[in-house]
Write a protein that binds this ligand. Structure first.
Ligand code: ATP
Ligand code: MG
Length: 209
């Protein structure tokens, strides 16, 4: 019998608006999981943000449920309500602290696309982020993947298969009556249709029930 120290669990954290979640998110999470030998990736949909870049964001419950539907088939993907249940504006630092206290013996790996990397230094308590999680930046079409200005030790860059998909584009396609099949998981296509999300002239806050 071996008495070696049990290695810490390695958990990825993928934050996002997920309005809607698409295959770019899922491929990024899956690739990081494989390359960094993660045990699990937790998707964390952001809380209610009345506006993001001057647009209305879909009700958190819809974004959360679409993320659950999209990840349901993968036993190592989970979805956290940490941000959607936290009142007020949510910050990544608070989420990492919360996850760390829920899973004290865990190493956290925060996954972000190349478009988000340059913003990290402006986040709340940016200096402390690096002590709570290792950051992993992945490439994204249209954005260069570099770590300029970011601490070398707290960050890794990973090339993943490039997926030229964005939630903005998926919303626009639905509004124009174009299909989003194969850009988002089948269950998410069906969820969007069921609740009439993103259709022009419809309230974005359609009720879940
Ligand atoms: P929006 O167009 O509404 O901003 P989005 O497609 O950028 O949506 P987000 O929910 O904003 O999706 O992104 C969540 C995280 O996933 C971010 O770190 C983002 O950089 C990353 N990401 C999103 N799409 C891709 C993609 N196609 N390839 C790699 N990373 C991605
Ligand atoms: Mg985005």
């Amino acid at each position: 019998m071996s008495w070696g120290v049990r290695p810490k669990r390695r958990v990825g954290v993928m934050g996002g608006t997920f309005d809607p979640v698409h295959h770019g998110h899922l491929v990024a999470a899956s690739e990081v999981m494989e390359s960094f030998a993660l045990d699990e990736v937790v998707f964390v949909p952001t809380g209610e943000q009345p506006f993001k870049a001057n647009r209305e964001v879909t009700e958190a419950e819809h974004r959360y449920l679409m993320t659950v539907v999209a990840t349901a088939s993968n036993p190592r993907f989970t979805v956290s309500r940490a941000e959607i249940d936290r009142p007020g504006k949510t910050y990544t630092i608070d989420t990492l602290r919360e996850l760390k206290s829920q899973m004290p013996d865990t190493e956290l790996f925060f996954i972000t696309g190349a478009d988000v990397l340059p913003q990290i230094l402006t986040w709340k308590d940016a200096d402390e982020l690096w002590s709570l999680a290792h950051f992993i930046g992945v490439n994204r079409p249209g954005h260069s993947l570099d770590a300029e200005g970011l601490p070398e030790t707290g960050l890794s860059l990973l090339e993943v298969p490039a997926m030229a998909i964005s939630s903005t584009d998926c919303r626009a396609r639905v509004a124009e009556g174009k299909p989003v099949w194969y850009l988002v998981p089948d269950g998410v296509v069906q969820y969007i249709a069921k609740y009439g999300l993103y259709r022009e002239g419809r309230a974005r806050t359609g009720n879940v029930s």
